[in-house]
Design a protein around this ligand. Structure first.
Ligand SMILES: [Zn+2]
Length: 244
């Protein structure tokens, strides 16, 4: 079974890995003489603040080149116009997650709650700067996970998050479908995999073409991959925002 989530539909053709590829040298045929001219333009001087911003971005680009291998962060940058979003370091205050404890949707089972809890625990085991805690009080929750029968589109899950002007994620909610579109209910393992994928989005991850990762747009694995772990760990060492 495959599960697609909404972000796939919004996706345009992926521009692959451009963000992290080193600049290639210009290829020249040895027998042809080529003259090269480099031009420069004098623009207004950088303000101190702008200079600091540029310094930070250059440092992020350096770290991406140094530590980007084994991750799909370059795909995320290509997808998101060279910007990264993530939760701020919450200084030991976990994100409170509420999982809908009951549902009248046909075929819904309490086991789904366990599936979602297991998915949250898997991500939380990475001990990122943002930790998770379950709450039974929906009014006090930062994140709500709810179930619906099925989506109108060919997707099984949807994560909506909001960010501020500095690309810090400020709010997120997850909706999971009990049924494949026009199809049978998800089994518990599939629900856990779907929840793993959506919590990945909640953390700020985007899709990868790597089908062995949980963040593939069509979820075909049941566990986090090494690339999933490495990508989110790298993301949480970087300041959010544009890198270009
Ligand atoms: Zn997705």
């Amino acid at each position: 079974m495959m599960h697609r989530c909404l972000r796939f539909l919004a996706r345009t053709v992926a521009a692959l890995t451009l963000a992290l590829l080193p600049l290639s040298g210009v290829m020249r045929a040895p027998t042809i003489r080529t003259s090269v001219a480099s031009g420069g333009v004098v623009a207004t001087p950088l303000t101190r603040r702008a200079a600091e911003r540029e310094r930070v971005k250059a440092e992020v680009r350096r770290r991406l080149v140094e530590r980007g291998s084994g991750t799909y962060i370059s795909e995320m940058l290509a997808e998101r116009d060279s910007a990264l979003a993530r939760w701020p370091d919450r200084a030991g205050r976990p994100l409170a997650i509420w999982i809908q404890p009951a549902s009248s949707v046909s075929d819904w089972t309490e086991e789904y709650v366990n599936s979602v809890q297991a998915a949250i625990a898997d991500w939380d085991a990475l001990e990122l700067p943002v930790r998770f805690a379950l709450t039974s009080d929906s009014a006090r929750a930062d994140v709500h996970v709810t179930f619906i029968d099925q989506f109108d589109e060919a997707i099984s899950g949807r994560t909506k998050w909001e960010r501020d002007d500095n690309w810090w994620i400020t709010d997120a909610d997850i909706v999971l479908a009990v049924h494949h579109r026009h199809g049978p209910p998800l089994d518990e393992d599939a629900m856990r995999a779907l929840a793993l994928h959506e919590v990945g989005h909640l953390l700020g991850l985007d899709h990868t073409e790597d089908a062995t990762s949980i963040m593939a747009p069509r979820v075909r694995v049941r566990n986090l991959s090494a690339a999933d772990r490495a990508t989110v760990r790298l993301l949480y060492t970087l300041p959010p925002g544009g890198v270009r």
